[in-house]
Design a protein around this ligand. Structure first.
Ligand code: N01
Length: 522
């Protein structure tokens, strides 16, 4: 939405092709009970338009999905965006024509479109991963994936519900479904670390402070590591006394929010430091969950906190103290098949009326590669990225001129506040296009240079290795999708540093990009 607005302001004609029936992206699709943002509402808001900041009020510290969807709709109305968005239009492919420097974009229905520039904004977590479980087709109840939730809602009242998956979606959904269902059985493969959100009505004083200081706060978020208005601890977790460390973790735990992992400077750099935070959360789980065996199954072991994305929850661990919630550990008894009346594991058969797959996404590259994109010489992006994605600054790939990816692989994206990263990409791309046209006219081309791209990918890998992220076994690294190349997908250097680098590249005449104009007569 912001890209469309920004392109219009720069004088370009732009069309948005959108698979969904309305604006909202992830918030259009993810309508499962308990869905809410785990970034504070005030920070998970556009900062580019003072009127929008002034006029919109959030009701809670962390907004629930319906409210965020209303916000997206309000922004679309306020900027009159819908008239340039074709809804219900799923893109199937895009082919670059070397003769005229245009992209031809095909959709599931309707005539192809031609464009000089193609900008993808397909989301990092939008290609749903429904596990290929034997027997699913035979299931006689209802099943849903959290990311494709029916718009009319699902009433679980009186039902026996199975939930497969305990990432952010499952952890949000399980307590909400437990309020409705007769019984919830949770099928957990790997326990996750979760910290309390501490949600509640938005404090009017905080809202006033935020609105009064909008510009300074936006600047602070943009130049910070994560794009969040949190305190970034500057000391090592290992240089303070155990009492001081515990007090700091406790302070952040009780305050709630994404700031827990920023308590000390090295929680994502040193295994030893990380263990202090992980052990703190492990002890919390044991203190909340009353049944010893269940608590131990919920305690994550064998990996560092933060290498699967940290979850924020409202009453997640406590839900296991309810008599109508059962935890099944798939490491002890894996699922063998889905049967007409439920789920069979190596241990027993669980009769259920509904199954919820909270099983995540083919993250960051799934939606991009789901489109058949072909660049110079008809080369498919899927083939160019067969060994893992490759891009310069996470923005463009060599061989694919005039094709940009917003929050693509190799950019900070999912490690940061997405709104901050999206705004940075949109503003950079809009300025890049305007500069390009000024310098090379209406037939201009821009493309990543292969050497610059290789150097950037080396840098992305170095940062992953320098941090603990290089050891991530999660959707961050493609580990959740069978056959997906293993590589840490986002840029781990922080959105503030990344912005500085992108700006420097632009200031040096788009160093690392080849900028030309198509020859006359082409
Ligand atoms: O997906 P996930 P998610 N059999 O991949 C399990 C964002 N988000 O939708 O860990 C059994 O994290 C899998 O197990 P394992 C946020 O960035 C944001 O929950 O692979 N289990 C795991 O437990 C988040 O990180 C919000 O062993 C299977 C779970 O399913 C991202 O979306 C809210 C399985 C998947 O967890 C993705 O979260 C929600 C199988 N075959 C999501 N396959 C906000 O609040 C997978 N699993 C903004």
């Amino acid at each position: 939405m912001y890209m469309l607005h920004r392109l219009r302001v720069s004088g370009f004609t732009a069309r948005v092709l959108e698979a969904g029936g309305d604006v909202g992206g992830t918030w259009y699709w993810n309508r499962y009970p308990g869905a809410r943002c785990d970034v504070e509402s005030l920070e998970y808001s556009y900062s580019f338009c003072p009127e929008i900041t002034r006029e919109w009020s959030w009701s809670e510290r962390y907004a629930a999905q319906p409210e965020i969807l209303r916000y997206a709709g309000y922004v679309a109305d306020r900027l009159n965006l819908r008239e340039d968005i074709r809804f219900g239009t799923r893109v199937t492919g895009a082919v670059y024509d070397e003769d005229d420097g245009c992209w031809t974009v095909t959709t599931e229905h309707g005539a192809p479109l031609r464009a000089r520039f193609l900008i993808t904004a397909v989301g990092c977590l939008s290609a749903a991963n429904v596990p290929d479980m034997p027997g699913l087709g035979s299931f006689e109840g209802r099943w849903h994936h959290t990311g494709r939730w029916p718009h009319e809602g699902v009433d679980f009242t009186g039902e026996r519900v199975a939930v497969v998956g305990t990432g952010s979606s499952g952890i949000q959904l399980i307590p909400a479904v437990a309020e409705q269902a007769a019984h919830v059985t949770v099928f957990q493969r790997t326990p996750n670390f979760s910290t309390p959100a501490v949600n509640g009505p938005l404090d009017p004083a905080r809202e006033r402070w935020f609105k009064d200081n909008r510009d300074a706060l936006a600047r602070r978020a943009r130049t910070s590591p994560g794009g969040f208005l949190i305190e970034y601890g500057e000391r090592s977790a290992l240089e303070v006394s155990p009492e001081e460390r515990l007090a700091e973790f406790e302070r952040r735990w009780s305050r709630g929010g994404v700031g827990f992992l920023a308590a000390f400077s090295d929680l994502l750099l040193s295994e030893e430091a990380n263990r202090t935070a992980a052990d703190f959360v492990r002890d919390k789980i044991r203190s909340i969950v009353t049944d010893r065996a269940t608590a131990e199954r919920l305690v994550p072991t064998g990996y560092s906190i933060g290498l699967k994305r940290l979850c924020l929850d409202t009453g997640y661990y406590a839900v296991y103290n309810r008599p109508d919630v059962t935890l099944v550990d798939l490491r002890e008894t894996p699922i063998t098949e889905i049967v007409p009346n439920g789920i069979r594991t190596a241990g027993e058969t669980f009769d259920v009326d509904s199954i919820v797959f909270a099983t995540g996404y083919d993250a960051i590259t799934g939606a991009l590669l789901g489109m058949d994109i072909r660049g110079r010489g008809g080369r498919r992006l899927r083939d160019a990225w067969a060994a893992g994605p490759s891009s310069y600054l996470g923005l463009m790939s060599a061989g694919f001129p005039n094709l940009f990816t917003i929050t693509g692989p190799g950019s900070p994206s999912v490690l940061t506040n997405m709104i901050v990263s999206i705004e940075q990409h949109v503003e950079w791309i809009a300025a890049c296009l305007a500069d390009l046209e000024r310098a090379f006219g209406p037939r201009a081309l821009i493309e990543a240079e292969a050497d610059a791209e290789a150097a950037w990918m080396d840098h992305v890998r170095e940062l992953a290795e320098f941090t603990l992220y290089g050891r991530a076994e999660s959707w961050y690294s493609g580990a959740n999708i069978a056959g997906k190349p293993r590589t840490f997908l986002p840029y781990a250097g922080g959105v503030g540093n990344y912005r500085t680098m992108c700006d420097r590249v632009a200031a040096r005449g788009y160093e690392g990009f080849l900028r030309t104009a198509l020859p006359e007569g082409a």
